[in-house]
Write a protein that binds this ligand. Structure first.
Ligand code: NAI
Length: 334
């Protein structure tokens, strides 16, 4: 039998954790042949709830789940992990300044970066979901220098899937017929869903979404704001933020990264910028990527029109500012 893969989930007693861990244990993330050992981390006030999650995982009697480690000790949690999914973080509370939230998350991600660096398995792959996702990932990268920078990513797959769902709805096709949307930039309200390269496959063959929706207003305004505002719409409806769709997107992200993209298709991931498309090197920015043999690479050579350029630059600017705020927090706490 295959050696189990150790998957760390931080913030595992939270909402996304509750939806995500059964998906992993059922083989939806790493495939139906791959046994897993779950490492669940949360903080002391959530220790009892975390233990409850462990009890339910045991009760579900998942054939692929070989063991569950539930702990509040970050070192124990990181021991030997092959994949780390970071859901844990400090949520923004009413009346809190952006900088204050950033500063709390920076100290969390700094400590967890060190624990991963010292205790994770070689070549551990990291997915940061907790907000501010791109900047948390950047901090993690800075403080875990021995983890290859290409192994540290953040989640924009939820936005990617949301864009696909909006297009499918608009064109009255199934989501699986819509391919190659792009989410550029920050997982925040400045993210830019770009459909200029997206296609729809139907009985009449493959067509550009752009040809099927000849309406610039829908593409440039309505779709963009629907994807940007979807998170807020879910909170309004559920009185809680997206959890099952976020968990499913986290599964898609890791699954695609490990098992690869299908020929001719790409997905969106927040990854380390190498300067592609003129984006500042070293930022964690969402790009279109293809994946093969456990490695992602940024899709090159896509034509960028003036409208897209502006949007891509605006979200880059926000990430540069976040990076500056992050560094000023680091300096003031040092
Ligand atoms: P939640 O509040 O239900 O759960 C977060 C959990 O993290 C809690 O159990 C909390 O005790 C734990 N936690 C806090 N500090 C920790 C630490 N230092 N170490 C380990 N665990 C810690 O939140 P939810 O809904 O599960 O969301 C998780 C994160 O994901 C949030 O930051 C949210 O903003 C973000 N998110 C990101 C999305 C994306 O597309 N990138 C989509 C949806 C949510």
């Amino acid at each position: 039998e295959k050696e189990p893969t150790r998957v760390l989930v931080t913030g595992a007693a939270g909402q996304i954790g509750y939806a995500l861990v059964p998906m992993i244990a059922r083989g939806l993330m790493l495939g139906p042949e791959q046994p897993v050992i779950l490492h669940l981390l949360d903080i002391e006030p959530a220790a009892e709830a975390l233990n409850g999650v462990k009890m339910e995982l045991i009760d579900a009697a998942f054939p692929l789940l070989k063991d569950v480690i539930a702990t509040t000790d970050v070192v124990e949690a990181c021991e030997g992990v092959n994949i780390a999914i970071m859901l844990g973080g400090f949520p923004r509370k009413e009346g809190m300044e952006r900088k204050e939230v950033m500063s709390k998350n920076i100290s969390i991600y700094k400590a967890q970066a060190t624990a991963l660096e010292l205790n994770a398995a070689d070549n551990c792959k990291v997915l940061v979901v907790a907000n501010p996702a791109n900047t948390n990932a950047l901090i993690l990268k800075e403080f875990a220098p021995s983890i290859p920078e290409n192994n540290i990513t953040c989640l924009t797959m939820l936005d990617h899937n949301r864009a696909i769902a909006q297009i499918a709805d608009k064109l009255n096709v199934h989501v699986s017929d819509v391919k190659n949307v792009i989410i550029w930039g920050n997982h925040s309200s400045t993210l830019y869903p770009d459909v200029n390269h997206a296609t729809v496959t139907s009985t009449d063959g493959k067509k550009l979404v752009r040809e099927l929706v000849a309406n610039d207003h829908w593409v440039n305004k309505e779709l963009v704001s629907r994807v940007q505002q979807r998170g807020a719409a879910i909170i309004k409806a559920r009185k809680l933020s997206s959890a099952l769709s976020a968990a499913s997107a986290a599964c898609d992200h890791v699954c695609t990264w490990v098992l690869g993209t299908k020929k001719g298709t790409w997905v969106s991931m927040g990854v380390y910028s190498d300067g592609s498309y003129g984006i500042q090197p070293g930022l964690i920015y969402s790009f279109p990527v293809t994946c093969k043999n456990g490695e992602w690479s940024i899709v090159q050579g896509l034509k960028i029109d003036e409208f897209s350029r502006e949007k891509m630059d605006a979200t880059e600017k926000e990430l540069i500012e976040e990076k500056q705020v992050a560094y000023s927090c680091l300096n003031s706490s040092a």
